[in-house]
Ligand binder design. Structure first.
Ligand SMILES: [Cu+2]
Length: 175
């Protein structure tokens, strides 16, 4: 085999790899914005993840489920208040209308990791897979932020941190 032919084969192999990579990375109409999770407090067995889900497509879509290997069970939860009490509920489906970004953020929806296998530590990445009705499976990596982290605010707001620790404690006996 000539050197020239070898080069040609090499180039073809590169092209093929490049093509399948592009396919795997193919941008869906669903775009995940700023996925983050809160570091867990010592002894805490649940974790929470947040993100924006943007539907850049021309049809409505729906988030059907979420899975992750880091916890025994992973669910989309919703914080609901009936005036006197705030509690968590599993949300079955979350509509993501076309052209909109749905925020999964503290106080509203959250991705709940139940019975986590290891604590979430700042700097960790938590992998999960979201399944949408139309977009299918979308991989997400949540960046673990400090316990006191608030998106768009500076870290170290102790009041907010304490409030969220309370919220997490509710999670523990919600199950
Ligand atoms: Cu929850």
């Amino acid at each position: 085999m000539s050197i020239r032919k070898l080069f040609a084969l090499g180039a073809m192999a590169l092209l093929t790899t490049g093509a399948s990579f592009a396919q795997a990375q193919q941008v869906s109409h669903i775009q995940i914005e700023h996925p983050w999770a809160r570091a867990t407090a010592p002894g805490q067995t649940t974790g929470a993840g947040y993100m924006g889900i943007k539907n850049a497509g021309t049809a409505d879509d729906t988030l059907l489920s979420v899975e992750s290997g880091v916890a025994d069970m992973t669910e989309l939860h919703q914080t609901v208040s009936d005036g006197s009490m705030t509690k968590m509920e599993a949300a079955k489906k979350l509509p993501i209308p076309k052209g909109q970004t749905i925020q999964i953020s503290p106080g509203g929806y959250h991705i709940m990791f139940m019975h986590i296998k290891a604590p979430f530590k700042q700097g960790d990445k938590i992998s999960a897979t979201l399944t949408f009705e139309k977009a299918g499976k979308v991989a997400v990596e949540f960046q673990v932020e400090p316990l006191t982290y608030q998106p768009g605010k500076s870290a170290g707001d102790m009041d907010m941190g304490a409030g969220h620790m309370n919220m997490n404690m509710h999670h523990q006996h919600a199950k």
